[in-house]
Design a protein around this ligand. Structure first.
Ligand code: FAD
Length: 324
């Protein structure tokens, strides 16, 4: 029976939200087309993540344990994934669209002789191939793309699907692997700290734009992030001034995020910014210009001065949380 293999990316040893979304979509497609569903976990200790993958329906979980996966080095990841694909012979291999996955997807296609569709917002299996919708031109348009290959490798934007549990009593296949072929050495990890929460996988993001003009505005953004458990993002305008780090930039030339709630604070909603956040489930915009384009994509809009709106919003959230 053909199978679908879902790659499970980890954060602190647990599957990322985006990975579970992709796994859920793969489960739906497997059920629809009568395919087997498998997952692959690469980690120094993959056991907890393998259990979690089974909670989301992976009947077989291929695990590869090696300390080199701690830091997502390309060469060992490629070697291990190539070996798992060889073993599992999947028709489709689906990945969350992370920075690490972007790094290896092309090389993996060359190794496996497969086809690739990267960074899609939707995908389905159709007529022996994979069809997908890909945001293009700063996410202004969606391109319908089709790939046929053996296998088809596909990476999926976070927030494209909702992760749903569907536990199975599956099997775990531990694969032997040595990272001797690794030609890379990790010299340094430069961690980006955006409010202490990983921006790409955050459930809530508070993004600051040029309306945040000074230290007081920045402090309000940080406090809103703290009370909502959010990661802090930024428009390019405030990254260029040095007020926020480049790693916080969201948009066409920054990160693509799709949290459950996105606060756009003093952000105008330029197309290059919206390209990185339009997939967010709920968008709350705070802007003193009622004609700002951000209100075209916002779920809730607050027209007002952020220096007055944010303190009131923070007080209400603290009140609701019982932390006043
Ligand atoms: C090739 C290219 C790539 C780009 N890539 C990116 C990208 O990845 N990410 C990105 O963000 N941008 C990107 N840009 C820049 C983009 O075009 C915009 O210039 C930028 O997003 C504007 O940032 P902003 O919304 O913070 O600033 P502005 O457009 O200046 O908007 C500031 C907003 O704050 C509001 N405001 C002001 N004061 C207050 C107040 N007191 N209270 C409430 N609201 C207030 C204003 O009404 C305004 O709407 C790119 C541009 C190009 C050409």
């Amino acid at each position: 029976m053909p199978s679908i293999l879902s790659f499970v990316a980890l954060s602190n040893g647990q599957p990322t939200r985006a990975s579970l979304e992709v796994l859920t979509r793969c489960r739906q497609l497997a059920a629809q087309h009568g395919h087997d569903l498998a997952a692959v976990v690469l980690a120094p200790d993959p056991s907890a993540a393998a259990d979690a993958a089974q909670q989301y329906g992976a009947a077989t979980v291929y695990t590869v344990a090696d300390s080199s996966f701690e830091n997502a080095l390309n060469t060992p990841m490629l070697g291990a994934l190539d070996a798992v694909i060889e073993q599992a012979q999947p028709a489709v291999v689906a990945f969350p669209s992370t920075e690490g996955v972007k790094d290896i997807l092309g090389a993996l296609a060359v190794r496996t002789g497969g086809a690739v569709i990267a960074d899609v917002a939707e995908f389905e299996i159709k007529d022996g191939g994979v069809e997908a919708l890909r945001p293009v031109m700063a996410a202004k348009f969606l391109a319908r793309t089709r790939a046929e290959g053996n296998p088809v490798l596909i990476s999926v934007r976070s927030g494209s699907y909702v992760a749903e549990e569907a536990p199975v009593a599956g099997t775990v296949e531990a694969m032997a692997f040595t990272s001797s072929e690794a030609k890379q050495t990790l010299r340094e990890v430069v961690a980006s700290v955006t409010g202490g929460v990983d921006l790409s996988d955050a459930r809530v993001v508070v993004a600051a734009g040029r309306g945040v003009k000074d230290d007081e505005g920045k402090r309000l953004v940080e406090e809103l992030a703290e009370v909502t458990g959010a990661a802090i993002g930024a428009s390019r305008a405030v990254v260029e001034t040095g007020m926020f780090p480049a790693t916080a930039q969201i948009g066409q030339t920054g990160k693509v995020v799709s949290p459950e709630v996105y606060f756009a604070v003093g952000v105008s909603g330029a197309i290059q910014h919206v390209a990185g956040m339009s997939n967010s489930r709920i968008i709350v915009a705070v802007n003193n210009n009622a004609d700002a384009p951000i209100f075209d994509v916002a779920t809730y809009g607050i027209v007002g001065d952020l220096y007055q709106v944010l303190p009131a919003l923070i007080a209400e959230i603290k009140n609701a949380n019982g932390t006043t």
